[in-house]
Design a protein around this ligand. Structure first.
Ligand code: HOZ
Length: 453
């Protein structure tokens, strides 16, 4: 039995001073029971607890750590930036570099505004879409989580769902009455909502690959359908790529699925582990923002030099892993890496894909050998195993999974030194710092734990 005495003492102290002892609800372990451990440090694919345990980490600080923890380039960039000051409240050169980097990776972005969190990004994108279209209503999908702004905290995923409050208390009904919530992967309900609210829908906001109710994928043609109907209806299509951006491909889910939204929301990876958010897209829409236009949005720490330096280092490292291996054809023209099997393994995204496939195959085998029904969903380096034999395409399907089994699995894996998200309704994240041996160890642990379920 692993001793967690230091974590327990810290948590007891935290409970006296912080509601629930945590600063973000999912961290409280309520969905799995028990108490959270406290982390002393993290490096590469591992976190080290204050009790001295080293755990293989698949939470990755909920997505930002795509290069693993404490990547030397990011740490060096933050240290160097800090020497020049931590915040200026007036433009700094890093902001311009970051905006150009985002644009170069995500072709749907003409202009980008930086802010401090994914919540801010989504809240601001909705306000911008409403200001631009002069319409009030918008569509979101159940189980999708777009941060905790009032109008978005309706049938929301992540902690809101885990704790049984997908509609939060404290949100006046009037504030949420323009939010239309529909099932994911169901084109008919979208057509019906447009027909019933003709000329009134400002935006459709969606996590193109929802990662806040576990993980499920868009059915073939679904994102294309949303693109078509929103274009026809003069509605702004917003992709919330806070989790998927720069992870599922350099250009995010929109690159992976080949669908171009009007606006996109980002966060996580572009902060390299520091607080950050961003939203961007079509220039004609973005120019509705103050000071050019009538839609107000602001922030003291927006474009913060430390967060920018960390994010630039992270994006640059991801990009350079491609550049290093870039091939040229006979005329010296660069050939896409993804066309070359020979260089596949050295590309960060190909590496993540391979690790994801290894984990998927291993966990499927482990479940099969143990006779445990698991539906394993994966998209690149994001994954979720639901304890159900049915396919999972939306929140309704996800809710059918056996959460008691998940609890046992979670704690069993933790005891084996593997840290998964402490909720059935969160995605797992693989980083470039995970080695095939880490995946192998994880699969071995899973095979052992599955037999006890
Ligand atoms: N909303 C995050 C998961 N989807 C949780 C963030 C955290 O607790 O750090």
């Amino acid at each position: 039995m692993i001793s967690r005495l230091k974590s327990e003492a810290l948590f007891a102290e935290a409970l006296k001073h912080i509601p629930g002892g945590v600063n973000s609800p999912v961290r409280a372990f309520r969905a799995v029971g028990g108490q959270p451990f406290f982390v002393e440090s993290a490096k590469g694919a591992r976190v080290k607890t204050v009790d001295g345990d080293e755990l293989i980490d698949y939470v990755g600080t909920w997505g930002p750590a795509i290069l693993g923890h404490a990547h030397p380039k990011i740490i060096a960039a933050v240290k160097a930036a800090a020497d020049h000051g931590t915040s200026f409240g007036i433009p700094n050169p890093f902001e311009v570099t970051m905006a150009k980097l985002i644009k170069s990776l995500v072709p749907s972005v003409d202009k980008v505004r930086l802010c401090n969190s994914g919540t801010e990004a989504c809240m601001s994108a909705i306000r911008l879409a409403r200001g631009f279209t002069k319409r009030d209503k918008f569509i979101k999908f159940d189980g999708c989580y777009h941060g905790h702004a009032d109008c978005l905290l309706v049938k929301a995923g992540s902690g809101a769902l885990t704790f049984g409050h997908p509609d939060s208390a404290g949100v006046p009904a009037d504030f949420a009455k323009h939010t239309l919530v529909l099932p994911f992967n169901d084109p008919k309900s979208v057509s019906a909502a447009f027909a019933a609210n003709r000329g009134q829908i400002a935006a459709v906001i969606i996590e193109p690959v929802p990662g806040n109710a576990g993980l499920y994928l868009p059915k073939p043609g679904y994102l294309e359908f949303l693109r078509k109907i929103t274009a026809e209806q003069g509605t702004v299509l917003i992709f919330d790529e806070v989790m998927t951006g720069f992870r599922l491909a350099p250009g995010g889910a929109q690159e992976r699925f080949g669908v171009r939204p009007d606006l996109s929301c980002f966060g996580k990876i572009i902060g390299g582990g520091l607080p950050v958010g961003a939203f961007g897209g079509r220039g004609d829409i973005m120019d509705f923002l103050a000071p050019l236009g009538p839609v107000y949005q602001a922030g003291t720490l927006s474009g913060n030099p430390l967060a920018m330096a960390a994010g630039i280092a992270a994006l640059d490292e991801l990009r350079s892993s491609r550049r290093k291996e870039a091939l040229t054809d006979s005329k010296g023209k660069q050939v896409s890496l993804l066309t070359s099997a020979a260089t596949f393994a050295d590309d960060a995204y190909a590496h993540l894909e391979q690790l994801g496939a290894q984990l998927e195959a291993g966990l499927r085998d482990a479940a099969k050998s143990a006779g445990v029904a698991v539906t394993f969903n994966r998209c690149g380096s994001m994954f979720c195993g639901y304890f159900t034999s049915e396919p999972v395409w939306n929140l309704g399907d996800a809710m059918k999974s056996d959460r008691e089994r998940f609890k046992k699995f979670f704690h069993g894996m933790l005891a084996e030194g593997v840290y998964l998200a402490p909720s059935q309704f969160e995605a797992g994240f693989i980083s470039t710092a995970h080695a095939p041996a880490d995946i192998e160890a994880t699969v071995k642990a899973a095979a052992k734990v599955m037999k006890t379920l």
